[in-house]
Design a protein around this ligand. Structure first.
Ligand code: ZN
Length: 220
């Protein structure tokens, strides 16, 4: 089937099975506007769609996806900051209660960063990738310092998890995030989706370790 025709067919199924049967819910979302409780920062990787992985429905998640699910530090300048703009909208306009940094295994961006060693994140010159991946440079440094003899896969896995922690730290550089977090009105979460084993991990802030999310957030 043609690439695009497959999507149109999928939409037809969605309209029949989801939109039509939940018509009142969708009308409510339109008339009252969106009020998602959760923002997710996920990777653009086609295999890690956070809504599909968590079974979320339309209206549940405010999502920004970028290469390697990175949050840059707060920088007030005239450049076009897509991720920071999404954060500002989610926190200051929508008033979300949770922000989840949604990392994942086999991340191409992180893999390229680890492969590059001390050099910029890509071997060939790129217009944007190198400076974007600089956000995760401190995570890479820590991996190279603490596990210099590990194989590339092991280093990349460690860097993917440390990258989530770096993004969580960077979230706190935005004053309109740090303030509600301190007031316990906004909650930050670090998640890691292992798409090889099919396990969703969550960062345990008590000890800085990633544990299966089902252990950390038992179902009631
Ligand atoms: Zn990725």
């Amino acid at each position: 089937m043609d690439d695009i025709a497959k999507l149109i067919s999928g939409f037809r199924d969605f309209r029949r099975e989801n939109f039509t049967t939940n018509r009142s819910r969708f009308q409510d979302l339109v008339s009252r506007g969106q009020s998602p409780r959760i923002m997710v920062i996920a990777c653009s990787d086609s295999r890690v769609d956070p809504a599909i992985v968590t079974g979320a429905e339309l209206g549940d998640l405010f999502v920004v996806r970028n290469v390697a699910n990175l949050v840059p530090p707060c920088q007030g300048d005239s450049h076009h900051h897509g991720t920071s703009t999404a954060l500002e909208y989610a926190v200051r306009i929508l008033g979300v209660a949770h922000i989840i940094v949604f990392g994942h295994a086999r991340c191409g961006g992180i893999h390229a960063l680890m492969e590059s060693g001390e050099k910029p994140a890509t071997t060939e010159s790129t217009d944007f990738m190198e400076s974007w991946m600089e956000i995760a440079r401190s995570a890479q440094d820590e991996v190279l310092r603490t596990m210099p003899d590990a194989g590339l896969e092991e280093q990349a896995t460690a860097c993917e998890k440390l990258g989530v922690k770096t993004s969580l730290k960077n979230l706190m550089t935005f004053p309109w995030i740090a303030s509600p977090v301190a007031a316990r009105e906004l909650h930050l979460h670090g998640w890691y989706f292992d798409l090889v084993e099919g396990v969703l991990y969550a960062l345990d802030t008590e000890n800085g370790e990633f544990r299966p999310a089902e252990d950390l957030f038992p179902l009631v």
